[in-house]
Design a protein. Sequence first.
Length: 274
Amino acid sequence: MYKFCIFAGTTEGRELAEFLLSQGAAVTACVATEYGQALLPPAEGLSVRAGRMDRRDMAALLSGERFDLVLDATHPYAAEATENIAAACAGTGTEYVRVLREDSRPEGGALYFPDIPALVEYLNLRPGNILLTTGSKELGAFAAMADFTARVWARVLPTEGSIAACRASGLAPSHILGMQGPFSSELNAALLRSVGAAFLVTKDGGGAGGFAEKAEAARETGAALLVLGRPPQREGKPLPEVYALLGERFGFRRRVKVTVAGIGPGGAAGMTAE
């Protein structure tokens, strides 16, 4: 039986885990939080390791298990985690593949910023409420913004850690939107209108991260779309190429499910000459 380790926490990670399990492989999924663990339903052949790991922890796991392949499907903004995973693989002689998520360049324009200080500097010079959707980990850096607690509404996961981070940054409960996606463009637009947002601040999470729905909502409501740019990406493969690699290397094949629905030709009166 082939053994795989997936550093997950993203849609791609969950999809890969489900695919490999369907092929009879053994999968160890590593997620940083209990929330990530909850998104992986129990399954035969699946082992989930929840909690943040440093490079030494990763190397110990890889040395003990001897996986056939490690798939790094962490978030595009988890640059430190990616470097640690790659280094642990190199140090233990474990084959490593970085799973890439395509970036987004929405029609109608968006302003991209290299880091949070540049974004804060831009917002300090412009009035207006802000819907912040970059997650709870970055709130401390955004708190340096002038009038942060008055201008910002933060949409975060409804977990204890996320809510605690919001409170630690000084946000009042009325400015904390604890919600779990996916979010439609209509819901995004409703939130922008409800807080009177002039700005929507986000990361480029790609299609799987709901970026298109955010961009559409910003266009609809007239909010400016401000995007925290991705850190430099390690070389890797987009998801379709990862599936192709798994097929070539291990003989795995994706099963296509086709559903045919119909009501039949009906009576003679309803039939055409053709």
